[in-house]
Design a protein around this ligand. Structure first.
Ligand code: AMP
Ligand code: MG
Length: 414
């Protein structure tokens, strides 16, 4: 057996970062930038008002209070999107809406809340009930980003706000590390997809929809290779085609010791594979290797093992291919709600747990409880899990003791 860290480190030392590509903004969510994005025009492009109100000369509002308001003559109206046509002179005001350009002559905006009368006429006058400082509510040109200011450094993960910034810089596309195309195949003569009739000895192919979702959740494009039937030529062709058209291949099943599934025979022949026994439970068997420069993850067939093996090995590797520096699920301590006993066997145990806060959402200690039967075929217990309790080799932990949880409910560590 090899330790978890060794298997992971060998995988991470092997998988390449993908090259850059230019993608439309609508397809860039979650991708990693490869160049610094700087402002080539000031943002905002012109001085504008941050509030609805009146554009004035600040000096005209001197001494204004609710008891002693200052009356100014309304000489125009300026909605957002329109260029000013008249200047603001002494004793004058222009009705102005948030985002509209600051008219000539104006050096302050009075919020509509600090005025009366304007909208109702008052003979074309507005009463100002508060002094305005010069510059009040004026958003200067370049106040967010001046020309040349670095907006987004290389290596940034583009989230919704980041995409908004790229759009504000005027770019319809962005250079990022390319999104990986990942092929998923399940293997096993007993497998039947949901929706088709099933006979004795057959089981549903639960791993393929699960792994497809895990690949998609990691932010990769999925290529569904279906169920690998037990024909050497067919499997060879499918895997070789996948390696030629995809950036990674994930298979499930047929990698256990003594298992001579067709996928194992084919991978041994066409790829450079390592066949590991990792010192973990579940998900001990793992095959990893390269086929024409494309990483192949041969995950075990038991559904819980498949899921956890993807989490532990394939997900960090795919995130690395995408250029992410945060590749790992966060690990946080929690309090065991009950005994989490185990026997020494040289392995790290990863038990499926739910998490809750002692004092209700957001308050109190984090508590962990097992979700159900801890067997590698019991996928329902995995489906309920928020995380994996990491029980090092030994006797486990007692109720009330601290246990490290790999957080499947959180995307990545900082
Ligand atoms: P294997 O790793 O191929 O020896 O499979 C181990 C166990 O997982 C067996 O009980 C298989 O029937 C089961 N299994 C393999 N592939 C899948 C799959 N895609 N969906 C559900 N169960 C599977
Ligand atoms: Mg099998």
């Amino acid at each position: 057996m090899i330790p978890l860290e060794e298997a992971l480190n060998r995988i991470l030392a092997t998988v390449p970062r993908l090259p850059a590509a230019t993608v439309p903004l609508g397809e860039a969510l979650g991708l990693v930038t490869v160049e610094a994005l700087a402002a080539t025009e000031p943002i905002p492009p012109f001085a504008n008002t941050g509030v609805d109100g009146y554009a004035v000369q600040a000096a005209d509002t001197a001494g204004a209070t609710p008891e002693t308001p200052v009356r100014l003559k309304i000489v125009g109206e300026l909605p957002a999107g329109r260029a000013p046509t008249v200047p603001v002179g002494r004793g004058e005001a222009i009705r102005i809406m948030t985002g509209a350009p600051i008219p000539e002559g104006c050096d302050a905006i009075v919020m509509v809340e600090d005025t009366t009368g304007g909208d109702n006429g008052d003979g074309g006058f507005v009463a100002i009930s508060r002094e305005a400082e010069p510059g009040a509510h004026v958003r200067r040109a370049g106040g967010d980003l001046d020309i040349g200011a670095a907006a987004i450094p290389p290596g940034s993960v583009l989230g919704p706000a980041g995409l908004g910034v790229v759009a504000s810089l005027g770019h319809p596309t962005v250079m990022t590390v390319r999104r990986p195309r990942v092929a998923v195949m399940s293997t096993g003569d007993e497998l039947v997809p949901p929706g088709e009739p099933i006979s004795i000895g057959q089981i549903r192919d639960s791993n393929r929809p699960m792994l497809i979702a895990q690949v998609a959740q990691t932010g990769c494009e999925v290529v569904d290779l279906g169920i690998g039937i037990d024909d050497e030529a067919v499997i060879t062709e499918r895997l070789e085609k996948a390696a030629a058209t995809c950036d990674a291949v994930v298979t499930s099943g047929g990698v256990s010791m003594g298992d001579y599934d067709m996928v194992k025979i084919v991978l041994r022949r066409i790829a450079e594979m390592e066949w590991w026994q990792v010192a973990i439970k579940p998900a001990k068997p793992l095959a990893f290797g390269m086929l024409n420069g494309v990483p192949i993850f041969g995950l075990p067939g038991n559904p819980v093992s498949s899921n956890i093996s993807f989490e532990l090995f394939a997900r960090p590797a795919l995130l690395q291919m995408m250029g992410h520096t945060r590749r790992f699920r966060p690990v946080t301590p929690a309090v065991a709600e009950h005994d989490m006993r185990r026997r020494p066997d040289g392995k790290l145990h990863l038990d499926r747990v739910t998490l809750r806060r002692e004092g209700g959402p957001g308050s109190g200690r984090l508590l962990a409880a097992r979700t159900g039967v801890q067997a590698s075929n019991v996928l329902s217990a995995m489906a309920l899990a928020d995380g994996l309790a990491m029980l090092p080799d030994g006797e486990g932990v007692a109720a009330g003791e601290s246990v490290d949880i790999m957080r499947l409910d959180l995307p990545a560590d900082h």
